[in-house]
Design a protein around this ligand. Structure first.
Ligand SMILES: [Fe+2]
Length: 283
């Protein structure tokens, strides 16, 4: 097994390891690399759904996503992200992750890590970007850092309540219930969270899910969010991944935000299998 950094800011590829066939020593190396690089890309994997699910359980208890319509049949822990259509209907979520976010931050107990496996990859588009929220926090001025102390942010799944993002056409009108009816109650989390394993501080807000700051007046909170959201998208914190078929990525939602870059031309297919591992309550 070889571990090669993918950038200076985050990410490493793991070469020469079959994650469907992992011994204890390799698992320990992988878990350490995960905390060090935040994103791992396991190259050239050939994984059945049950093998990906089995590998994910090494990191914690699996979570079931609130959106049931993209579940892999027979495996409730697995979701399909895909722009493939059968009889005119998408067989998975075609637009997941199109605004910067940390997975499930709109719930009380958000996701520890996400595992995404590239089954089919388009020739053009479909990249993923991650931004390092340790770095985003570390590079704030000491004045802003002290301003953030003790602040909490409100996170919601419901796109209709977030003026910073678009609602895709497919979810307007009749599709509205996706965001309105299935949305869980808002979650309130610290604006700066402490990573439970490394002890480092990370900025924990996002354009997709964060809609206000609890302790501040509406306008003041929105201005602060504008400032923080612009800061967390600084290119210096970001690694962009161009997928290869067979890549299995795992990323740490406690210290990263991510974005599905889109741009897949009509007629090309992007088909992925996703599993999420439940984390703990941010503090
Ligand atoms: Fe995501």
């Amino acid at each position: 097994m070889q571990i090669n950094p993918l950038s200076d800011i985050l990410g490493a590829e793991v070469v020469g390891l079959d994650v469907g066939n992992l011994d204890k020593a390799n698992l320990k190396t992988v878990q350490e690399a995960f905390l060090k690089y935040h994103v791992l890309v396991f190259r050239e994997q050939k994984l059945l759904p049950e093998q990906q699910i089995q590998f994910a359980t090494n990191f914690g208890k699996l979570d079931v996503h609130i959106q049931k319509d993209n579940q892999y049949s027979g495996h409730e822990a697995m979701q399909i992200l895909s722009n493939k259509k059968i009889n005119g209907k998408y067989i998975g979520s075609p637009s997941a992750g199109d605004a910067w976010h940390s997975d499930l931050s709109y719930t009380d107990i958000p996701t520890l890590c996400t595992m995404l496996y590239a089954v089919e990859i388009p020739e053009v588009g479909g990249d993923t970007e991650w931004s390092n929220m340790y770095k985003a926090y570390d590079t704030l001025s000491s004045e802003v850092k002290s301003r953030l102390k003790g602040l909490h942010a409100r996170h919601t799944f419901n796109r209709f309540r977030n003026p910073r993002i678009e609602v895709p056409d497919v979810y307007k009108g009749k599709g509205k219930e996706r965001y309105v009816d299935v949305a869980p109650p808002d979650a309130i989390h610290p604006v700066v969270r402490t990573h439970p394993e490394t002890g480092h501080k990370a900025l924990y807000i996002s354009e997709r899910f964060t809609i206000g700051i609890e302790e501040l007046e509406e306008e003041e909170g929105q201005l602060l969010l504008d400032e923080l959201i612009a800061h967390q998208k600084n290119r210096d914190f970001i690694y962009r991944h161009k997928w290869s078929q067979g890549d299995l990525t795992i990323w740490d939602n406690r210290c990263l935000i991510h974005l599905a870059c889109g741009g897949v031309p009509e007629g090309q297919i992007r088909h992925m299998h996703r599993v999420i591992v439940r984390g703990d309550k941010p503090f």
